[in-house]
Design a binder for this molecule. Structure first.
Ligand code: SAH
Length: 395
């Protein structure tokens, strides 16, 4: 039998619309634009061709996702392992160039690093990995990924954080989260000089919201006086604000998140008030009670999960921003975020502008920011960019 690497992969033919999308630099083809994928096994590496048979590149194929094709190269690939290893090396080298003053960052960001379906976050000496697609979940691929990561990073452990819903959507067998290599499951990491507890078995996403790392530091530059961190999770904004503010409160509806927030405050020798509440109710109550702040952070979960919920999402953002603006003293600072991909940067600016008009406040943009650079945005793959973070002076 020939070694697998010399067997040419099967070919998936894509319709004109899919081919055009690829020619424009995108990396996805939707199932509706696939002409033929008969007999192709879930998670295969495939060649991609247009209807006339012209070769367009090599991709991961998913039999379950609406995104049937995720490109991994514009070329033919005869050694997948070498390609994966090179891509991981490139991703790490990029972070070495751009990440400063933090021992935590995203090392691999899926499509944005040309490794569709793989996320690797570093928390000091722990690596947390997420596998999101059939092809990335194939055992030989997992083995190469783990081997390359452990060669390049001296990690005390590599843990996997499973998103059961994603595995279900990809029709992958259920799998438990857990340690893949070595044994350590908790550590302390730091971002911008602030320390945080990390536990592999707890929290949302891979543990923390590393995509806000650069925004924490930016917010701390303008923060002053009394501050309120709304949707504070484990207290990352709050702890950064505490470097500059006289008093800081954090609000979240998740008790486990606030328990970690409290331990994080102790770790940094800070006194912060943590409030377990529904943020919408609390903002309404505080605003009508005439409570005032000098700095407010709004970092809600994604309101728009799809295009259809855009209008509702925009109303949600408007409501939150309105209430926050009402509570800011003149010269106050609003740090307002949206992590919904479906809310465009222009949508978001408009919503915040409207909220300002409604409360008769002038808003001056201090910074118009996005996700940290270790979560790269590919210009031709707009879906890689999702986080918006506006810092405004409220006059
Ligand atoms: N600012 C945080 C990330 C926030 S993620 C950071 O930088 O780390 C969104 C947070 O909103 C989660 O912690 C979640 O528990 C919380 N949340 C969701 N719905 C909420 C609600 N209605 N009221 C208060 N908190 C809520």
């Amino acid at each position: 039998m020939l070694p697998t690497s010399t067997v040419p992969p099967p070919t998936v033919k894509v319709a004109r619309r899919g081919a055009d999308r690829l020619k424009q630099g995108h990396v996805w083809v939707y199932r509706s634009d696939v002409v033929s994928a008969d007999g192709i096994a879930p998670g295969s590496v495939v060649g991609v061709a247009d209807e006339r048979g012209k070769f367009l590149g090599t991709a991961f194929y998913s039999s379950a996702s609406q995104i049937a094709i995720r490109m991994i190269s514009r070329d033919r690939i005869d050694d997948l392992d070498a390609l994966l290893r090179r891509r991981i090396g490139d991703a790490i080298a990029y972070r070495e160039r751009i990440v400063q003053n933090s021992d935590a960052c995203r090392l691999v960001f899926s499509e944005a690093d040309f490794l569709p379906g793989l996320i690797v976050d570093r928390y000091n000496d722990l690596l947390a990995l997420q596998v999101l697609t059939q092809a990335m979940d194939a055992e030989p691929v997992r083995e190469v990924v783990l081997s390359e990561l452990s060669q390049r990073i001296q990690a005390a452990a590599i843990v996997e954080r499973v998103e059961p819903k994603i595995r279900e959507l990809e029709q992958l067998p259920a799998r438990a989260s857990g340690v893949l290599q070595r044994e350590k499951t908790s550590t302390v990491f730091s971002m911008n000089g602030v320390k945080f507890h990390y536990s592999a078995a707890e929290g949302q996403k891979t543990g923390a919201f590393l995509d806000q790392r650069e925004n924490y530091a930016a917010a701390a530059q303008y923060a002053h006086g009394e501050a309120l961190d709304v949707f504070c999770y484990q207290g990352s904004f709050a702890l950064h604000l505490a470097q500059a503010c006289s008093k800081v409160s954090g609000v979240d509806s998740s008790r486990p998140a606030l328990e970690v927030a409290d331990r994080n405050a102790a770790l940094n020798g800070r006194e912060i008030e943590w409030i377990e509440a529904n943020a919408f109710d609390l903002l309404r109550d505080y605003a009508s009670a005439g409570q005032q702040y000098d700095t407010i952070v709004l970092d809600p979960p994604a309101f728009a999960k799809g295009k259809r919920s855009l209008e509702t999402a925009l109303r949600g953002y408007k409501e939150l921003n309105l209430r926050a603006l009402k509570m800011l003293r003149p010269g106050g600072v609003l740090v307002t975020c949206s992590c919904s991909y479906h809310v465009s940067p222009a949508n978001f600016l408009e919503v915040v502008a409207e909220a300002g008009r409604d409360v008769h406040r002038n808003l001056r943009i201090l910074e118009n920011r996005a996700q940290a650079r270790d979560h790269p945005i590919l210009l031709n793959v707009p879906e890689t960019g999702y986080l918006k973070c506006l810092i405004v002076d409220v006059i």
